[in-house]
Design a protein around this ligand. Structure first.
Ligand code: AMP
Ligand code: MG
Length: 330
C-alpha cells in the first residue's frame, strides 16, 4: 500500500507532475531540475513558456543550491527568510546554473520560496530535489484552493491530486525583489500576497510595483496580462453609484462584509450574494474564501459578477490586485 505522499514522490522522481496542497493555493509540482518534467507543467496548464515558475526548496539552508545571494543584500535576505520562511514569501534572486532556463523563462533570476504546508514538506523532503510549482489551474484561470477545484481545472491532464484540505491563506505568495539602498534596502513587491507591505516595512523601504508598467521581459512576466479570470464577466465597483442593473440581465454579488449600510446589497435583484467576511470584514478571512467564492459564482451562469471593493491595506491590496486583473479580461 502506498500513501498519497509516497505516490507523489514516486511520480515526481519519474519526471511526472502532481498537484499538491500548499499554504497559499494548490500547486502543480514537478522536479525543478528536470526540464522534461517542467515541460509537463506548461503543457498541463496551457501556460506560455515566457511565464516563469516559482521554485520551492525544502528549507532555508538550501537557498544557495538554486540562487546566489548578492553580498549587498545578504543581511536583508537573511532577516526576511528567518522571519517569513517557511511561509508565503517568494524572493527573486540571481539563479544558479543548475536551474533550467525553462523554469525561469530564460531570465537570469529565479523566484524561490519554502512552503509551510506539512504535506508539501514531506513530499519535497522525500524527493530531495527542488520543486517547481505554479498554481494548479489552467493558465489565466482562477487559482484552486481545494483539491476539488484542482479536479475541476485539470481532471484528465495530470496523474495525481494530493488532497490536503482547504489552503490556509487562499492567495498566491507575495513575490519581492530586494535592491541595496541607503539608509535602507529597497524591497519591491512584484506580486502582492499574504505577506503584506506592512509586514515588509520592518526590513526596508517598500514599494509595490505598478503592474501595468512592469517590464515583461525582465521583471515579472505573466503578471501583466489579464489573469485570475472567471469565465463570467466580472465588474469591480469603487462605489455603489457606479452600477445600475440592465433590464433582463442576471447578476451575482461578491460582497465584502455583507453589510446593508455599505450600499451594495440592494443594487440589483442579485441571483446570489456571497460574502467574503460576514460582518467584521477581516481581510485574512476574506482571503481564505476569495477564490472559492469567485469560482462558485462563476459556475452560476449569470451574465455578470459584481464585486464590492475592499480596503486597500494588508491582504486587501492583494485581493484588489486580483480583482482588477480579473476584471481586465472584459
Ligand atoms: P505562480 O503561477 O503562482 O507560480 O507564479 C509565478 C509567477 O512568479 C510568475 O507569473 C512571475 O510573475 C513570478 N516570477 C517567477 N519567476 C520570476 C523571476 N525570475 N522574476 C520575476 N518574477 C518571477
Ligand atoms: Mg498562477
Amino acid at each position: 500500500m502506498h500513501t498519497a505522499v509516497e505516490e507523489a514522490v514516486r511520480l515526481l522522481r519519474a519526471g511526472d507532475v502532481v498537484a499538491l496542497p500548499t499554504e497559499t493555493v494548490y500547486g502543480l509540482a514537478a522536479d525543478a531540475l528536470n526540464p522534461a518534467a517542467v515541460a509537463k507543467i506548461f503543457e498541463a496548464k496551457g501556460r506560455p513558456s515566457y511565464d516563469p515558475l516559482i521554485v520551492h526548496i525544502a528549507d532555508k539552508k538550501q537557498l544557495d543550491t538554486v540562487a546566489d545571494v548578492p553580498e549587498a543584500i545578504q543581511k536583508t535576505v537573511i532577516q526576511l527568510i528567518e522571519r517569513f520562511w517557511p511561509g508565503p514569501l517568494t524572493l527573486v534572486l540571481p539563479k544558479k546554473a543548475c536551474v533550467p532556463d525553462s523554469v525561469t523563462a530564460g531570465l537570469p533570476s529565479v523566484a524561490v520560496r519554502v512552503s509551510s504546508n506539512p504535506i508539501f514538506k514531506r513530499i519535497i523532503q522525500g524527493l530531495e530535489k527542488p520543486i517547481a510549482a505554479p498554481s494548479a489551474n489552467r493558465f489565466g484561470a482562477i487559482s484552486p484552493t481545494s483539491a476539488n477545484a484542482v479536479f475541476a481545472e485539470l481532471d484528465g491532464r495530470i496523474p495525481l491530486i494530493v488532497d490536503g484540505g482547504a489552503c490556509m491563506h487562499g492567495l498566491e505568495s507575495t513575490i519581492i525583489k530586494i535592491e541595496p539602498g541607503s539608509p535602507k534596502p529597497m524591497i519591491t513587491v512584484l506580486r502582492p500576497g499574504p505577506i503584506t507591505v506592512e509586514d515588509l516595512k520592518l526590513y526596508g523601504k517598500v514599494q509595490v510595483a505598478n503592474r501595468s508598467v512592469v517590464d515583461e521581459a525582465t521583471e515579472a512576466p505573466g503578471q501583466l496580462a489579464s489573469h485570475y479570470a472567471p469565465r463570467t464577466p466580472l465588474r469591480l465597483l469603487s462605489k455603489p453609484s457606479d452600477f445600475t442593473p440592465e433590464e433582463g440581465k442576471r447578476y451575482a454579488l461578491m460582497s465584502y462584509r455583507g453589510e446593508e449600510k455599505d450600499g451594495y446589497l440592494d443594487l440589483a435583484d442579485f441571483e446570489e450574494i456571497m460574502v467574503l467576511s460576514p460582518g467584521n470584514g477581516k481581510l485574512p478571512e476574506a482571503a481564505v474564501r476569495f477564490f472559492y467564492i469567485l469560482r462558485t459564482l462563476d459556475q452560476l451562469g449569470v451574465d455578470e459578477i459584481i464585486a464590492e471593493p475592499m480596503f486597500e491595506h494588508g491582504m486587501g491590496i492583494a485581493m484588489m490586485d486580483r480583482l482588477r486583473r480579473a476584471a481586465m479580461k472584459f
